[in-house]
Structure formats: structure tokens, C-alpha cells
Design a binder for this molecule. Structure first.
Ligand code: AMP
Length: 403
């Protein structure tokens, strides 16, 4: 077997690059880190090697090339450089694969060109992804590099769930359909939940609640996604930190016609100034919990709106799946907020869902059950690990290509 068992996972955002080096031979993580504020007068790189003290530097990173150059230097300083012959591949998180990319894909010039054609579907995310890919391919042109798409896991949704009920020709002309996001997380967490239950993914139906600053729910039947709450963009569905989630689409027309707001203003309102932040001025669930504890009515209402929407999706996906084996919570809020978990599933005993309050209150970083032994539906907390999922999918592509 080749010694090249390490995968560098890169997540290139508009002003940041997150990275993690994962060794597929033993699951170890020799290094991880983050470059922030790319393009600003002062940026920051935080590098955390497994066997040395973490390092932090403040300097300007004018563009992604400078940022990735700094990442390469930090890795090299620990003997983990991009030229290491133990590096098997680079796995890139890619946000939007459209209908074309439904599998992890080996990057070629042609694939990069096709990604560029998808920019109109994800104008905020895809350009940064592509820049990261281009810079990394320049740094190591000979190394296999793979794009793992946030939309891919949802490509199995039936047409009845993926179609919006609008004129078909218009929808098709502009690629308007439901794609879904957070796919690597939903995939990882649903599979890990099956493992926690001691069953194969094909044998279980799971509702996954990915509740972070962005939030989405999915219905996974036998390992395949059959519905998810985000749509053409990550704006649809649950109430999020700063995004509204579901709305009457005529609200946009109303704000434009009656409120005189421009398209860009409405975009900013719905994506950056709505959700929990719009309702109460805070988007952090910890702060909302603290304020609610002090009797703050705005914070309480924000929490209640958030929970009401979440429960609607739990009920909807119960009906979509018909039989539910597990409901699983993940991401920042899902993994940490016992209050949100409790509020999301209390009173659903008639659906076979019984939470164990003591198990729910225990904090931990391991996947765990929080339902009562008598609960017909398991309720679980499974910390997400999108980097590991990207590394595994990347490594599998490299193995297949080499073999
Ligand atoms: P993520 O996007 O998955 O990193 O999640 C970030 C969000 O998780 C934050 O905005 C908080 O709302 C939430 N969060 C993190 N830690 C906690 C905690 N201990 N209790 C409640 N919410 C938390």
C-alpha cells in the first residue's frame, strides 16, 4: 500500500480559508487551521499542528493565493508541506454543484470551467471555491484534487420534492429547483447515526437537524436523501442565525413595490438581517438563552419562532418518511443546546418520540442517544464532521482513479 494516505481538506470562503490535514490510515489529524480576513488590511492565520504548540500570525493576505501560500508555509514548517510524498490528495469543499455534479469529482480544467458556469446559482460562494481550487492546483498541479459538493447528497431527492410549483419552462431556463445544502454533514451524520443504532444505513430512516448559524433539516430514507429544507439557495427552510428561512414569496414583491426596497437591499435583509438576529438582535443561541432566562420577551419570541418552524419540519419529514427510526441533532446549536433539543421534540410521545431529560442535559463530544429506553424513535446527538466526510470521499475517488 502506498504511504500517501493524507488528505488536505480546504474550505475556501469569500474572505477565509479553513484547512485540515487528515490521515486516512489512522484517522489522525496532523494539522488544522484558519486564515481569516483575506483582502483586508490585516488578516490572521491560526495554525494548529497536532504535535506542536498552535501558532498565530497577523498580516495582510491580499488574496487567496497569499492565504494558501501562508497555509503551505505553515504546514511545511511542521514537515507537513504540500510537497510531502505522504499527501495523497487535496479535497475541496464546493458549495453548489447544480444538477451536473452529484458525486465527488476529480478536478480537471474542464471541471473548473463547468464550475465557473455554475456561479450564477451560488454567486456568494462558488467564486471563492473556484479561486481556492485554482490556487491549490497551481501549487500542486500533479496532485489529484477533488471537489466535494454541498448539494450532492440531496441529488437523490425525488422530482416531487425537488420541483417548485412554478411554470416548468421558466424553472428549467434558469435552473430553478431545490438543490439543498449542508449535504456532506447530512450524509456523515445520517450514516454515523445508523452506526450508533448498530444498523446499516440502508436499514434506517433518519431526520437530520443540522442547526448551526445556517440550519437545515433533511429526511434520509435508507441512506438516501428524500427531502431537505434548503432549496435553490441556502435561504429556504428553517429559521437560522441571520436568514429568514421560509417566507411567503410575495413578501419580496411587497417590500419592493410598497417598501421601495431594491433587490440588493432585500437580499441583505433576508440573508444577513433576518432569522434570530432580525427577531431579537442576537444570532447566538447562547445569548438568546441567557436573555430569555432574564425574562426578555423579544429573545423568547425569537426562540419560539425558531422552535415552531423546527417542529413543523420534524412533523413534515415524519410524514415524508412514514417510519422514522431516529431524529438526530448536529452542528453548533444542535450539539450544544439541550433547551433547543428539548423544545423541538417534547409533546411528541404520540409519534413515539420520548426524550430522556437527564441524557439530554449531559454535555459531550461523542455521538450519543438522548431518548428514553421506551422511545420507539431514537433521538440522538451526533457531532458533525464535514472535513472527515470530504477527506473520505476525496480519498475514495483517488483510490478508484488509481486502481
Ligand atoms: P456552527 O455554524 O455549526 O458553527 O454553529 C454556530 C452556532 O452554534 C452559534 O451561532 C451559536 O448559536 C451556537 N452555539 C455554539 N455553542 C453553543 C452552546 N454552548 N449553546 C447554545 N448554542 C451554541
Amino acid at each position: 500500500m502506498s504511504d500517501a494516505t493524507r488528505v488536505l481538506v480546504l474550505n475556501s470562503g469569500s474572505s477565509s480559508v479553513k484547512y485540515q490535514l487528515i490521515d486516512m490510515a489512522d484517522g489522525s489529524r496532523p494539522a488544522s487551521g484558519l486564515v481569516e480576513r483575506i483582502g483586508e488590511s490585516q488578516g490572521r492565520i491560526k495554525h494548529e499542528p497536532a504535535h506542536h504548540a498552535p501558532r498565530e500570525r497577523y498580516e495582510a493576505f491580499p488574496d487567496h493565493a497569499a492565504a494558501l501560500g501562508a497555509v503551505a508555509d505553515e504546514l511545511a514548517a511542521d514537515g507537513l508541506g504540500l510537497d510531502s510524498d505522504r499527501l495523497a490528495a487535496i479535497g475541496h469543499r464546493a458549495v453548489h454543484g447544480g444538477t451536473r455534479f452529484t458525486e465527488p469529482t476529480l478536478l480537471t480544467d474542464e471541471v473548473v470551467e463547468a464550475l465557473r458556469e455554475l456561479i450564477p446559482l451560488a454567486p456568494l460562494h462558488n467564486p471563492a471555491n473556484i479561486t481556492g481550487i485554482e490556487v491549490a492546483r497551481k501549487l500542486r498541479p500533479d496532485l489529484p484534487q477533488v471537489a466535494v459538493f454541498d448539494t450532492a447528497f440531496h441529488a437523490t431527492m425525488p422530482e416531487s420534492a425537488a420541483r417548485y410549483a412554478i411554470d416548468r419552462a421558466t424553472a428549467d431556463a434558469y435552473q430553478v429547483r431545490r438543490y439543498g445544502f449542508h449535504g456532506t454533514s447530512h450524509q456523515y451524520v445520517s450514516r454515523r447515526t445508523a452506526q450508533l443504532l448498530g444498523r446499516s444505513p440502508e436499514a434506517v430512516n433518519v431526520i437530520v437537524l443540522h442547526l448551526g448559524n445556517g440550519a437545515s433539516a433533511s429526511a434520509v430514507a435508507g441512506g438516501r436523501c428524500v427531502d431537505t429544507s434548503m432549496g435553490l439557495t441556502p435561504l429556504e427552510g428553517l429559521v437560522m442565525g441571520t436568514r429568514s428561512g421560509d417566507l411567503d414569496p410575495a413578501i419580496l414583491l411587497h417590500l419592493h413595490r410598497v417598501g421601495g426596497m431594491s433587490v440588493d437591499e432585500i437580499d441583505t435583509l433576508l440573508n444577513r438581517r433576518s432569522g434570530l438576529l432580525g427577531l431579537c438582535g442576537d444570532n447566538d443561541m447562547r445569548e438568546i438563552g441567557r436573555r430569555t432566562g432574564e425574562g426578555d420577551a423579544e429573545a423568547k419570541l425569537a426562540f419560539d419562532v425558531y422552535i415552531h418552524r423546527l417542529r413543523k419540519y420534524v412533523g413534515a419529514y415524519y410524514a415524508v418518511l412514514g417510519r422514522v427510526d431516529a431524529i438526530v441533532f448536529t452542528a453548533g446549536v444542535g450539539e450544544n443546546s439541550a433547551e433547543v433539543r428539548e423544545a423541538a421534540v417534547t409533546g411528541l410521545e404520540a409519534l413515539g418520540i420520548e426524550l430522556d431529560p437527564v441524557r439530554n442535559a449531559v454535555r459531550g463530544s461523542a455521538p450519543r442517544l438522548i431518548s428514553a429506553d421506551s422511545s420507539r424513535v431514537a433521538v440522538a446527538v451526533v457531532p458533525t464532521d464535514e472535513e472527515l466526510e470530504i477527506a473520505q470521499q476525496t480519498f475514495a475517488v483517488v483510490r478508484r482513479t488509481a486502481g
